[in-house]
Design a protein around this ligand. Structure first.
Ligand SMILES: [Zn+2]
Ligand SMILES: [Zn+2]
Length: 762
């Protein structure tokens, strides 16, 4: 904020101010109390529905400017100020400064996400003279659990999972003292009165003494432990113990999917990964995401075939204490394949580990760890959950509406979004709703958010896809139902996040797996000219058959075959990678494509990556997780290579079709010449980049468009995203991409809200 923003305040003996934003449940009122005392002002502070109200008085005329500058500068770390309205007020001759009791209100109250232990608490925890020495639930108004323990608002202890712990006298003393760091810290506790950890043998449930210290000894010995954290259980083992890592892979039924690791400190991270100052900043931030960092030294079995490893630092006191004698542990979420993270023991954690390190502070709302990488100094989310949810997103004021809107998202990587009073709350990542347990998680989260934000939708928004669980759910609700095309929703979300004006048109380049198209076909890589109410399909990648439908996404060789048949028609060349497939299967799939049996057509970009990754020998015959083949292809890129292959843009009018038939022939040619896969991968990426740029310029020439939106799961590819941004900027485009949200399908529900708001305002 600018220095002179308070210059307009008229001098007077009293002012009142309303601070909007995340200012409740984050220690804001005691902070104002202390600040007012420092300045010698009288008056009060209190929570009101949508923020905090402050009344300040002084004996003589004052502009109160320094107070508000200090407020902005020194505000509590968890708070986030949207705006401050200040006006002169009546002088009431107050005799003191006090914290007044809150008024109940129907408005939108924000609640902080869960936050890592702060430096002050950590110091106390490690100080043998402190009464909370080694206490694993230490917290204060600046840190600790929030979203995952709150059952309802307002944020008071009775409404959290701490309700059944009765504060001891000493804790209560801190809790009621406005000048104390723990004033109204709802989860405040100590060893006398608060939650405690418990170590158990998983096979028998037998309790074992020794607590956290013993747990770290067991990890060192090679055992697998389930450790209860903020949003659920982690499965944990020694990251350097190859046998334990392999055993954990068996338990999780994951042979290749990368594991995240938790390091005891930055010095350990630096041993194994490269890190710039922006990556370090995120890794150390109080939100404690997993940050993907480029490998310096590999740790076998952790992230095979990839050039990055996901690191995080300890974020609960339990993690800190656990890692006091360990350098690096695998810390992967405890869910069996395709289900949500486990939040209490009765959900079956014991079958996944040798020992359980648990505690008796219940988790009300589960949330996975958030995952990001850094592109151009800013986060690129692969998953947005713990530490970021339920952070509110403001909508452009021209879109605001008094109605309440529920958006249910898509199906894979689903999130839901709630709109109320000018803000959107987007849920944590919920996973693939085609899995029964994730669908239950979806319902659980919807109920939780609705209760917490006193939300009752006037309308609901879903995807166009008729068979999605979310679409069916929306149909059953007795409120008006809007539907939004999948790729358009990707673009809309980024537009809303970046507060794009209602009158502005943008070009959305959405590179994705596939989604239900506006014409009923499967869309994937789309160039859409969008505003908030409409879109026009300006171009797409050429349609290619997906032999076997969903199977084509799981077995990249099917896509390799489809692209080769498209590029060569009938004279199919011999390719080493395809000769590994049994010839009977190969012929069968060839026939499927020729006769168009069970072979939908799609303009996918993800599947193009699958095909190339398989052809050059990187992708396995069958992938274990979505994006595995593209991730391996990206990891292989030799960044020194500047050349690219040929491609074609077909059609004289919109929508143009970008064809990579020539590209595929060049790739095959290079494979036959035994060109290294790192070079082929780079040339392929550069080709894709060139095609995006040429399309952008072609569309700009015909339409008055200045801004390009980059979204869709393929833009998790750092090489492609960073170069696309650089190139577009150099050609004088404005470029936006999701920064607070993932570009993948987690974004859909936010975009759906934008469309509904625009329609309501039309
Ligand atoms: Zn703290
Ligand atoms: Zn206590």
């Amino acid at each position: 904020m600018k220095k002179n923003r308070y210059d307009h305040i008229r001098k007077s003996k009293a002012v009142s101010a309303v601070v909007f934003g995340v200012v409740q449940g984050v220690g804001f009122r005691p902070f104002i109390f202390r600040l007012a005392h420092q300045f010698g002002y009288k008056g009060w502070v209190k929570n009101i529905g949508f923020g905090v109200e402050i009344h300040l008085e002084s004996n003589k005329d004052h502009d109160f400017k320094s107070f508000f500058l200090a407020l902005e500068k020194e505000k509590p770390p968890l708070s986030q100020i949207e705006k401050i309205d200040i006006k002169p007020d009546e002088f009431l001759n107050c005799q003191q400064f006090e914290i007044k009791k809150s008024k109940q209100s129907q408005s939108f109250v924000f609640i902080s996400p869960d936050i890592s232990i702060c430096d002050n608490c950590r110091k106390e925890m490690l100080d043998p003279k402190d009464r909370r020495y080694k206490y694993p639930f230490i917290n204060c108004t600046d840190c600790g659990p929030r979203y995952t323990i709150v059952k309802a608002l307002p944020y008071d202890r009775e409404q959290t999972t701490m309700a059944h712990f009765k504060m001891c006298d000493q804790c209560r003393e801190e809790y009621i003292n406005p000048s104390d760091r723990r004033y109204h810290a709802q989860p405040v506790a100590c060893a006398e009165c608060g939650p405690e950890v418990q170590l158990k043998k998983s096979s028998t449930g037998e309790k074992i003494s020794g607590g956290i210290d013993k747990a770290s000894v067991l990890i060192k010995k090679g055992y697998i432990l389930a450790v209860k954290g903020l949003g659920g259980f982690h499965l944990v083992c020694d990251a350097f113990n190859k046998k334990s890592v392999q055993r954990l892979r068996k338990i999780k039924k994951r042979q290749t999917k990368p594991f995240a690791v938790m390091a005891s400190g930055l010095s350990v991270v630096k041993k194994f990964a490269h890190m710039d100052s922006y990556e370090k900043e995120q890794l150390c931030s109080a939100r404690r995401p997993i940050v993907l960092l480029r490998k310096k030294k590999d740790i076998p079995g952790i992230a095979p075939y990839l050039n990055e490893i996901g690191f995080m630092l300890p974020y609960t006191p339990i993690h800190y204490l656990l890692l006091q004698n360990l350098e690096l542990i695998v810390a992967t979420s405890s869910n069996p394949k395709d289900s949500p993270i486990i939040k209490d023991e009765k959900e079956g954690v014991k079958s996944l580990c040798d020992y359980i390190l648990t505690h008796n502070r219940p988790i009300h709302m589960r949330a996975d760890d958030s995952v990001m990488k850094i592109v151009h100094k800013k986060p690129l989310f692969l998953r947005r959950a713990r530490g970021y949810v339920p952070y509110p997103q403001k909508v452009p004021s021209s879109l605001a509406s008094p109605k309440q809107i529920l958006a249910l998202g898509g199906e894979l990587k689903d999130t839901i979004s709630l709109y109320k009073n000018g803000y959107v709350i987007t849920s944590q990542f919920l996973g693939d709703l085609d899995e029964y347990q994730n669908y239950t998680y979806f319902e659980e989260t919807l109920a939780h958010l609705s209760k917490m934000f006193e939300f009752k939708p006037d309308m609901v928004v879903s995807d166009l896809h008729p068979d999605f669980h979310t679409t069916r759910y929306a149909e059953k609700m007795k409120v008006p139902h809007y539907k939004v095309q999948h790729h358009y929703a990707h673009a809309l979300a980024a537009m809303l996040e970046h507060q794009i004006d209602r009158r502005q048109k943008v070009l959305g380049i959405i590179l994705d797996g596939f989604g239900y198209g506006g014409d009923g076909t499967a869309w994937g890589a789309e160039f859409l000219i969008c505003d908030y109410q409409n879109y026009q399909r300006a171009g797409h990648f050429k349609y290619i058959p997906l032999p076997g439908g969903d199977l084509a996404s799981k077995q990249p060789w099917r896509m390799a075959l489809a692209y080769i048949m498209d590029a060569y028609k009938n004279e199919i060349p011999t390719v080493e990678a395809l000769s590994k497939i049994e010839s009977k299967r190969l012929k069968a799939v060839q026939q499927m494509i020729k006769k168009n049996i069970c072979t939908p057509m799609a303009s996918s970009c993800g599947r193009l990556f699958d095909a190339v990754s398989y052809l050059i020998g990187l992708a396995p015959e069958e992938v274990e997780f979505e994006a595995e083949a593209p991730m391996r292809l990206e990891s292989a890129v030799n960044e020194k290579i500047k050349e690219a292959y040929d491609y074609q843009i077909k059609g004289n009018n919109m929508p143009y079709a970008v064809s990579f038939s020539k590209t595929i022939r060049c790739v095959i040619h290079d494979i036959q010449k035994k060109i290294p896969f790192s070079v082929i991968s780079a040339k392929f990426h550069n080709t894709l980049l060139n095609s995006l740029i040429e399309m952008s310029e072609k569309i700009r020439k015909q339409q008055d468009i200045q801004t390009v939106v980059l979204a869709g799961g393929v833009f998790l590819n750092k090489y492609l995203l960073s170069r696309s941004i650089e190139k577009l900027l150099s050609l004088d485009f404005d470029v936006i991409r999701p920064v607070h949200y993932s570009p993948n399908d987690e974004l859909i529900s936010l975009g759906q809200i934008a469309y509904a708001l625009a329609t309501l305002n039309s």
